[in-house]
Design a protein around this ligand. Structure first.
Ligand SMILES: [Zn+2]
Length: 72
């Protein structure tokens, strides 16, 4: 019972964060990349994205350097 509550709470958190359509799309992209085995690789320079960055922004598809270069 307690576990079910925790799951529901986690889902609510995800839903709250996913109200931003762009973020939801980014999460879906990340899930697709996990399925394709390319998760954690920068799309721009093809270098691995640091674990610290992935922990902070799990749905990112750019390494920190490329993200900063794009000014986003
Ligand atoms: Zn990069």
């Amino acid at each position: 019972m307690e576990r079910a509550n925790a799951d529901a709470e986690a889902e609510l958190q995800i839903r709250l964060h996913a109200t931003d359509g762009r973020l939801l799309r980014a999460i879906e992209d990340a899930l697709a990349r996990i399925g394709a085995g390319t998760f954690g690789v920068c799309e721009a320079c093809k270098q691995p994205i640091s674990e610290a960055r992935l922990e902070a922004v799990p749905w990112t598809h750019l390494c920190r350097k490329c993200k900063e270069q794009r000014g986003a």
